[in-house]
Design a protein around this ligand. Structure first.
Ligand code: 5GP
Ligand code: MN
Length: 517
């Protein structure tokens, strides 16, 4: 076999060792420290880290103002160091977004890109390859009220926009539905609806009693996730958000199965990490393998075929009907992508393409933001200013240019921001306009009812923030402050003790995935 070799990558033909992590919450130092501790202890190597959202790629105090989170819990944590170059991600890291993200930064990288060197955001929707393993993902969480709305949120965000920024939209699910070729791993932050019925539900409820009624009436989780799982039938599906570990096996009509695994958030003693060996499927694909994060050919073609389904208006825009729901990329777009990739010499994503588009925080701002935490800072919590206008990320511009697509992430007249002074000026947008929205299928009354009731639109996020507060405080002693308890836990956790090992177990062999009879 003539297999490509890349410095630092695994030996071709061997299996890929992936660490999967639940909610990150900006705890990169702890997560990388844990993985390095594991490698040293067991003398083995991890090839890739995947995080399933609430990653908190917060570059500075201004970004923090765009993140949905009660002010008292907002903290910069450690991502900014990897963004500024002060620290280097020791593993290629892939992540999707959850419901606590720097929304302005994630929007810059809507189609995916390096959020920091060696740390790749999958985009609001995306599909990439690593070592021949195909990984697709959906960022955000489901909210019925926002699902049919466009992404009309514009900087500076309102309180309501900060929440709806992370709500999944129908056109994003539509895009993922176009994937026809087999997917190895799918990532979502919230769980697909009804997934609890495919694992040990009673054990789950013994830890999360408050979920019983929602599990029983089928209202827990993301219905679009369930649709995607049954359409794409990936080998594995990883999620986070519910702050507990939960494995399940979902059978499909053709007798294939999806192994689902949800993981906790990064705290000592919690099951936030799983290390798994992924067997590479067939030697026939080896000639296309890159031991780095690379573009997925089918996904690039889908990006072209679905570029105009994006909706930046509040009102819903209809999508192609059921007959066309899984049409896939057009043949013409597949051909364009083939040519484009040939011209650029392959699908490898340029690892040096990362560019800073905002000034990173410095240590003193971080200490003031992480105040009361293990930084030792005890002064008043310092806050930034909500950014005033969208910044075009050069990575997004060059990806769209590569695909010969117009830039389409800007609302209204194009605004240019001088990153260093913060001043804003308007310029004429000479990019091709999106086609006018096609005829609407919802009635005027339905739309007006939704617009008249802004609370309805906010419900999802508020509920989650509240539940989080209630749930966490329920686990602590009455009257204690959550933040303080978690701070204490972090103080003792130079390395968060891992509850997993690098024993080379594949998820197929792992006893947690024994079918329930
Ligand atoms: P966060 O995303 O704020 O970090 O955490 C989400 C928290 O809210 C978790 O503790 C999870 O158990 C809870 N949660 C998330 N979604 C739901 C939901 O749909 N219903 C209920 N009851 N709890 C939820
Ligand atoms: Mn979450």
């Amino acid at each position: 076999m003539n297999l490509p070799k890349a410095a630092g990558g695994p030996t071709p033909g061997k299996k890929l060792t992936i660490a999967i992590e639940g909610c990150c919450h900006g705890e990169l130092d702890n997560i990388y420290g844990t993985l390095q501790h594991l490698e040293q202890k067991e003398g083995k190597k991890i090839d890739l880290l995947i995080s399933c959202g609430d990653f908190q790629a917060v570059r500075n105090l201004d970004d923090l103002e765009t993140m949905s989170c009660p002010v008292k819990y907002r903290a910069l944590n450690t991502f900014y160091k990897y963004y500024s170059g002060e620290a280097k991600a020791p593993y290629p890291t892939l992540f999707i977004g959850g419901n606590h993200e720097a929304a302005n930064y994630m929007w810059e990288l809507y189609y995916g890109g390096w959020a920091a060197p060696n740390i790749y955001f999958m985009g609001y929707t995306g599909c990439v390859k690593f070592g021949g393993v195909r990984i697709a993902g959906l960022s955000g969480t489901y909210s019925q009220a926002a699902y049919m709305r466009g992404h009309d949120e514009k900087l500076p965000y309102s309180e309501s926009s900060i929440r709806s920024m992370y709500h999944i939209r129908d056109f994003e699910v539509y895009r993922l539905m176009q994937i026809k070729q087999p997917v190895d791993i799918f990532l979502s932050h919230d769980w697909p609806t009804n997934i609890a019925n495919y694992g040990n539900k009673e054990q789950l409820l013994s830890r999360k009693q408050f979920l019983r009624s929602e599990i029983e009436d089928g209202s827990l989780g993301n219905p679009a996730g369930q649709q995607l799982m049954s359409a794409l039938q990936p080998r594995y599906w990883f999620s986070a958000h519910m702050h507990t570990k939960f494995p399940a096996i979902v059978p499909h009509s053709d007798s294939s199965i999806t192994r689902f695994l949800a993981l906790d958030k990064c705290l000592p003693g919690r099951d936030f990490l799983q290390v798994a060996v992924i067997p590479l499927i067939s030697s026939s694909v080896f000639q296309h393998i890159f031991w780095t994060i690379s573009y997925d050919e089918e996904w690039l073609a889908i990006m072209r075929s679905t570029h105009d389904v994006i909706n930046l208006d509040r009102r819903h825009q209809p999508l192609p009907g059921m007959g066309a729901l899984r049409k896939g990329a057009s043949e013409a777009d597949v051909k364009v992508v083939e040519e484009v990739l040939q011209q650029r010499g392959g699908a490898k994503i340029d690892p040096t393409a990362f560019v800073q588009t905002a000034r990173p925080a410095d240590a003193s701002a971080a200490a003031a933001s992480n105040s009361g935490s293990h930084t030792g800072f005890r002064g008043p919590k310092k806050r930034g200013r909500m950014p005033s206008a969208h910044v075009r990320n050069p990575q997004t511009e060059s990806l769209l240019q590569m695909l010969q697509l117009p830039y389409n992430l800007e609302h209204g007249p194009r605004q240019m921001v001088n990153m260093m002074t913060g001043s804003v000026s308007c310029v004429v947008d000479n990019h091709a306009a999106l086609p006018p929205p096609p005829a609407r299928t919802v009635t005027e009354d339905q739309v007006n009812a939704a617009l008249d009731n802004p609370e309805e639109i906010d419900l999802g996020g508020e509920e989650e923030d509240q539940v989080e507060e209630e749930e966490e405080s329920g686990q602590q002693q009455a009257g204690q402050d959550n933040t303080r308890v978690e701070e204490e836990q972090h103080k003792e956790a130079d390395v968060v003790k891992p509850t997993v090992s690098l024993d080379g177990t594949t998820l197929e062999d792992d006893p947690m995935f024994k079918p329930m009879c």
